[in-house]
Design a protein around this ligand. Structure first.
Ligand code: CTP
Length: 397
């Protein structure tokens, strides 16, 4: 719930502005006080009257207009905000905030706020991928601004790609998650991504893991107040904000880092897709082809999860099982053999689930024999559900 919280919603000029109405309506239903600010561009897509009716408060549209019913000073709206949400956030507003420009009501208020600022970008895919926009986003992330989305999909401009604003429900959920601090005081170690096992200076063995599930877990746990260490194999993802990040390449490197760190943690989540085998020997020179077939002899990597299972003490240990068949049987075998408290199992061949997807569909298997099917959801939502379960296990210990 968001009662006792004030959310300032800034709306900028993009076709997704119409979705801001639903965001405001959902926030109100959760009990939040909502104040809206619209840029001039936003008013071309949505009328202030809509947001005034839904929020129950006057809508700020003009920096210099005499306030009609507004009984707080202009900049004081910034002080009211526990959350300052900008949805949709155009490339223009992102650029202005990143550059410290304050030339209208919205940019002035967002500059003055001490609340958490959340931006939900929406724009054409090529604009979104523009290095200037990307570097503005990176800069703001590093300064503690939160970003949600954008999603991939069909865009109003006729293009298809990344640039669609997150759905109102997800944006509001994101705020609720920022509000929840039920993991404070917990130290959580998370591994993510694939490992890479080198053959020679130009080749390696790896797998399809994107790291998305582990990074979502790290970000959600951090937002819920945990101190998070993320040990990651090579991925193309941005480092989650506010977590201790350790980059590794091989299973052996991951094992060494985990061995060194696990004792300092209360909860360990092993979402990494660790390579079970590595080339027995590494050639420091590039291997040249010959006329005959070639064989690479592989040797076993350490099983990090099994090591943790043997040494976990009363720490909560969560493992993953990526399967293509016999999901339940294989997951339960891993649960038992590796002595973990919870296995998150997914069929990587299922539609909308698996390695590179933004969504996942998992089943949770617990040590006491219980199991829970989680429907197809975003990896962020699944991360939250896993963390809810982990917290319950932790409270039982
Ligand atoms: N795991 C690990 N170290 C390994 C292999 C796997 O820590 N060398 C962990 C993974 O991080 C995951 C769990 O074990 O949490 C299951 O990984 P998975 O690849 O599904 O299973 P494996 O144990 O490798 O078994 P198999 O490949 O036979 O399915």
């Amino acid at each position: 719930m968001l009662s006792n919280k004030t959310v300032v919603v800034g709306v900028t000029g993009g076709i997704a502005a119409y979705k801001a109405a639903e965001v405001v309506s959902r926030l109100k239903k959760l009990g939040a006080q909502v104040h809206c600010i619209m840029t001039e561009g936003a008013q071309a897509f949505l009328t202030p009257l809509t947001l005034r009716t839904l929020s129950g408060n006057p809508v700020m549209t003009d920096m210099f207009k005499e306030p009609v019913k507004w009984n707080v000073e202009h900049v004081a709206i910034a002080d009211l905000a526990d959350f300052f949400l900008i949805a949709p956030a155009t490339a223009n507003i992102i650029g202005k905030i990143a550059s410290g420009i304050a030339d209208d009501f919205l940019t002035t208020a967002v500059m003055a706020t001490k609340g958490k600022v959340i931006l939900a970008p929406a724009m054409n895919v090529n604009m979104y991928n523009n290095p200037i926009v990307q570097s503005n986003i990176q800069k703001l992330k590093q300064l503690g601004y939160f970003f949600i989305g954008p999603d991939e999909g069909n865009l109003a401009c006729g293009y298809s790609g990344k640039g669609r604003m997150k759905e109102p429900e997800e944006i509001v959920d994101f705020l609720l998650r920022l509000e929840k601090k039920d993991l404070s005081g917990k130290n959580i170690l998370i591994t993510a991504g694939p490992t890479r096992e080198p053959i020679d200076p130009v080749r390696y063995i790896t797998n399809r893991s994107s790291g998305k599930m582990g990074y979502a877990l790290a970000q959600c746990a951090q937002r819920r107040g945990a101190r998070v260490t993320l040990v990651s194999g090579p991925t193309n993802l941005d480092k989650p904000q506010g977590v201790d990040f350790i980059s590794v390449e091989t299973a052996e490197q991951m094992f060494n880092v985990v061995k060194e760190l696990f004792e300092k943690h209360d909860i360990i989540i092993k979402s990494a897709a660790v390579a079970d085998y590595r080339p027995q020997s590494y050639s420091s020179l590039k291997i040249k082809k010959s006329e005959t077939d070639m064989q690479i002899k592989l040797e076993r990597n350490p099983d990090i999860l099994s090591f943790l299972g043997k040494n976990k003490g009363n720490r909560i240990l969560v493992g993953f099982a990526a399967e293509t068949n016999d999901l339940k049987e294989n997951a339960q075998k891993k649960l038992l053999n590796k002595n973990v408290d919870l296995i998150v199992a997914n069929d990587v061949t299922a539609q909308g689930a698996g390695f590179e997807s933004d969504t996942n569909k998992v089943t949770l298997y617990f040590k006491d024999g219980a199991e829970k099917d989680i429907p197809l959801l975003t990896k962020e939502k699944i991360a939250d559900i896993i963390l809810d379960e982990v917290l319950m296990l932790n409270n039982k210990e």
